[in-house]
Ligand binder design. Structure first.
Ligand SMILES: NC(=O)C1=CN([C@@H]2O[C@H](COP(=O)(O)OP(=O)(O)OC[C@H]3O[C@@H](n4cnc5c(N)ncnc54)[C@H](O)[C@@H]3O)[C@@H](O)[C@H]2O)C=CC1
Ligand SMILES: N[C@@H](CC=O)C(=O)O
Length: 779
């Protein structure tokens, strides 16, 4: 049994040594605290009658420790050798306590000093083990001494002169593996505080799960790449002897844990785990003088090796114009000095550039032996990262195909690991993070719809939709876990205000995967956050028509950002609410068809009004009913003036490929100009006064058996909107309630148009259309 120090002891010993070296007497207090803790542990572990020997031993060892620290204090210096000696006390003390407790339990147990077993070189702080000597020492010791259970301190060894050395932090696992290998053990069990290696770091990925069985190679890749469960060198000694290694959880012994073995059974999962290393610096050596000249890489690596700088990742393009290596960020400055000195002549001659050092980076890596010869893995990896705006700075994959590593910004690590985990571990769910602007008619219906559908989406589509922030014009509620959609209105009311720029920055700072801005306002203000968000690969879904009907340059800029940053910009509901008008049009254009003309009824409000108005009640009253039904714009004058229909005609024409501005659309209004003087109430009052005008319009049409329809027309680059009287044989005659309809004549649809018709306005259907756009953006 190999034992680690009591939690926190090694750090406390290091701190005490450093205090002493800095002439700070605080080390005495620190040692006293540690002593009390160990004495208390002994009193808890052992019955009172048999505590004395252990308590005496502990006291004498703390007296020794005190003398070591006093020496450091007197000299004002803490050498690596003394620090190793200091640190060794953690494991020495704990293992002696455990040995005493085991004997007390009646086991045939004995304590062995690992300094007599593990032979290392004299590199204090991170000594290298002499395997052959260790093997011999372990066998000789166990031949000479007899006990059924040996309790041994982990982490420490001794050099040939008998000086105490340490094997690197986490080295107790390594000690155990060295002993298991020397003894030819049947199995090495590592008892820790987690239930094995996980598919990803559980602190970063909440849906990470334990890996039941894994090969040595995979475990090595994962442990090297930050899976802190296992100290990386641990695997080598047991792998060489084919000894299975079982990671188990002390706090949940019933859990299976992870079994590391030669050949775990093949599973459907091609990727075994995702790992990451933070605090990475990328060193780039570049220059035309390198091309085709052998020896540059050797000199680069030699310069780093002389400084004992560990190279974590290497990549070189086939142009040989640059070599790029990843090292620990803490080694960046030394790397720069070492490499620039090595290449001083070439740099002075301009044949290569001084070493370029970039910090603040991290590696995210896919690990799995089954990735070998399995096409599409890297494509899926890069696709998942790219779709979420994670820029890949460098890539490395060896021909063994066990590991594909990407270097990314450290700030993107959490998002990156989560999207990659979602992409490769299908049994988990995909998380969608919504940032919603507007909670009025459409917004409120959307939030209620999301609340109703959340369980369905999770269950059937494995999509977890969360509203992380919800803003009205006065409040903004934010929740990292997602707002409770059963009570969004109360949460919004209780929340403080947040400006639009701060809201935008919040989305960028949260940097969550599958982020979507949902604009369900009617204001021109909100559109200014679209561009910065699209440039961060945040999808934008809008039923707000302002952006798509604004200046052509702005609309085109948003479309190109969406393409450049792989971030959907979707606004299907801008025309005909949830009717699939824009998607159909985009399909036509995408397949090379050309729209020759279209005719459409695109105002739910005006259709509602003309379907309900027959002179039996005032026209103004019918408009009020449309507003109450949630069909009009927040300002109904936009509908009645024809402006809203003109916006839709413009958006359709643009999506058909036309470069047009709003001023190019001819609006033939039918309301007397007097109706637009003053505010909305004045508008209603004036319509009442103009009732005769509306009655006359109706009577003229009715007298010929026709209906009034406000029609948008586009043909060969020209568009207009206006009131028409349509006969019963017209395709747009038979429209009920607030229906919309459009007929496209294209190069393919020449005689019979492509017709789309149905409910084209109202809070519910618009919310449904926005919801569909959200799903389209993220699935
Ligand atoms: N009602 C319908 O049938 C359809 C509506 N639309 C569009 O839906 C949008 C919303 O319409 P409604 O819900 O009826 O309007 P609404 O006026 O009921 O709701 C808009 C909400 O946005 C809020 N708001 C304004 N400025 C804001 C800001 N800077 N930040 C956050 N919230 C802000 C307002 O306080 C209001 O609660 C409009 O752009 C409309 O053109 C699109 C298709 C159909
Ligand atoms: N106010 C609009 C709503 C949809 O865009 C309409 O009346 O159609």
């Amino acid at each position: 049994m190999v034992v680690s120090a009591l939690g926190g002891t090694t750090d406390a010993l290091i701190a005490a040594g450093r205090s002493a070296a800095a002439s700070n007497e605080a080390y005495r207090e620190a040692l006293h605290g540690l002593e009390q803790r160990h004495l208390a542990a002994a009193q808890e572990l052992l019955p009172t009658a048999s505590q004395q020997a252990s308590l005496d031993l502990l006291r004498s060892q703390f007296a020794e420790l005190q003398r070591v620290c006093d020496g450091v204090f007197a000299l004002g210096e803490l050498s690596a050798r003394t620090l190793d000696k200091l640190m060794s006390y953690g494991e020495l003390l704990s293992s002696q306590l455990v040995a005493a407790a085991a004997k007390q339990q009646g086991l045939d147990a004995a304590w062995a000093d690992s300094r007599q077993l593990i032979r290392t070189n004299s590199r204090f702080g991170n000594a290298e083990v002499d395997m052959a000597a260790t093997d011999l020492q372990v066998k000789a010791y166990l031949n000479a001494h007899k006990a059924r259970l040996w309790v041994v301190p982990g982490f420490i060894g001794a050099d040939a002169q008998g000086n105490t050395t340490t094997l690197g932090r986490g080295g107790s696992d390594y000690t155990a593996a060295l002993l298991a290998a020397a003894l030819g053990a049947e199995v090495l069990e590592i008892w820790t505080d987690v239930s094995g290696m996980m598919t990803a770091d559980p602190r970063l990925v909440s849906s990470a799960r334990p890996i039941a069985r894994i090969s040595y190679q995979e475990a090595m890749e994962l442990s090297h790449f930050g899976a802190k469960v296992l100290y990386p060198p641990t695997i080598q000694p047991v792998m060489q002897r084919g000894i299975p290694l079982w990671i188990k959880n002390t706090f949940a012994p019933q859990d299976h844990g992870t079994l590391v073995e030669v050949a775990p059974p093949r599973t459907a999962a091609v990727v075994r785990g995702i790992s990451s290393i933070s605090s990475l610096a990328l060193l780039s050596l570049e220059g035309s003088g390198m091309v085709g000249i052998p020896g540059f890489s050797r000199r680069l690596f030699a310069a780093l090796a002389r400084e004992r700088i560990n190279v974590i990742l290497i990549t070189q393009s086939s142009s040989e114009h640059s070599i790029c290596v990843g090292v620990n960020e803490a080694d960046a400055a030394r790397s720069q000095d070492a490499v620039d000195e090595e290449f001083a002549t070439e740099i002075a001659a301009g044949r290569i550039e001084p070493l370029r050092v970039e910090t603040g980076l991290a590696i995210v890596a896919l690990v799995g032996e089954n990735m070998k010869s399995h096409p599409g893995i890297s494509g899926k990896l890069f696709g998942a990262l790219g779709h979420n705006g994670v820029n890949i700075r460098a890539i490395a994959q060896g021909s063994s195909e066990k590991n594909i590593s990407t270097v990314i910004q450290a700030a993107d690590v959490r998002k990156a690991i989560n999207v990659v985990h979602e992409a490769f571990f299908e049994a988990t769910y995909k998380q969608v993070n919504l940032f919603v602007l507007g909670a009025g008619n459409v917004g409120g219906k959307l939030l209620d719809l999301l609340a109703r559908q959340q369980a369905y989406l999770l269950d059937k589509l494995r999509v977890q939709v969360r509203v992380v922030a919800l803003a009205s014009s006065r409040h903004c509620a934010v929740s990292d876990e997602g707002l409770d959609l059963g009570s969004w209105a109360a949460a919004l009311d209780a929340a403080p205000p947040l400006g639009l720029d701060e809201f935008t920055q919040l989305i960028i700072d949260k940097n969550l995967r599958n982020s979507v801005l949902v604009d369900v306002t009617a204001t021109p203000d909100t559109v200014r956050c679209y561009a910065p968000l699209l440039a961060k690969s945040v999808a934008v879904v809008a039923c707000n028509k302002v952006a798509a009907s604004s200046d052509y340059a702005f609309y085109a800029h948003l479309k190109s950002l969406a393409q450049e940053f792989n971030a959907p910009f979707l606004f299907e509901t801008n025309v005909g609410a949830a009717l699939p008008i824009l998607n159909t049009l985009q399909d036509l254009v995408r397949t090379g068809d050309r729209v020759q003309r279209f005719e459409a009824v695109l105002s739910g409000t005006l259709n509602f009004v003309f379907n309900h108005y027959d002179g039996s009640q005032p026209f103004a009253e019918v408009v009020r009913q449309a507003q109450a039904a949630g069909v009009t714009e927040p300002d109904p004058r936009l509908d009645l003036s024809g402006t809203d229909v003109a916006r839709k005609a413009l958006i359709l024409a643009r999506e058909a490929g036309e470069v047009m501005e709003m001023s190019d659309i001819e609006i033939q209004g039918f309301l007397p100009a007097s109706c637009f003087e003053g505010d909305v109430e004045a508008f209603y009052a004036q319509m009442l006064r103009e009732e005769a005008h509306f009655r006359a319009l109706y009577d003229q049409a009715a007298a010929q058996g026709k209906k009034l329809r406000f029609v948008a027309q586009y043909a060969e680059g020209r568009a207009k909107v206006g009131l028409q009287q349509l006969a019963p044989d017209h395709n747009l005659y038979d429209l009920r309630g607030k229906d919309n309809a459009i007929q496209f004549y294209t190069d393919c649809y020449v005689e019979q148009p492509l017709v789309i018709k149905g409910a084209g306005a109202g809070g519910e259907v618009t919310a449904a259309g926005v919801f569909a756009d959200i799903m389209r953006a993220v699935l």
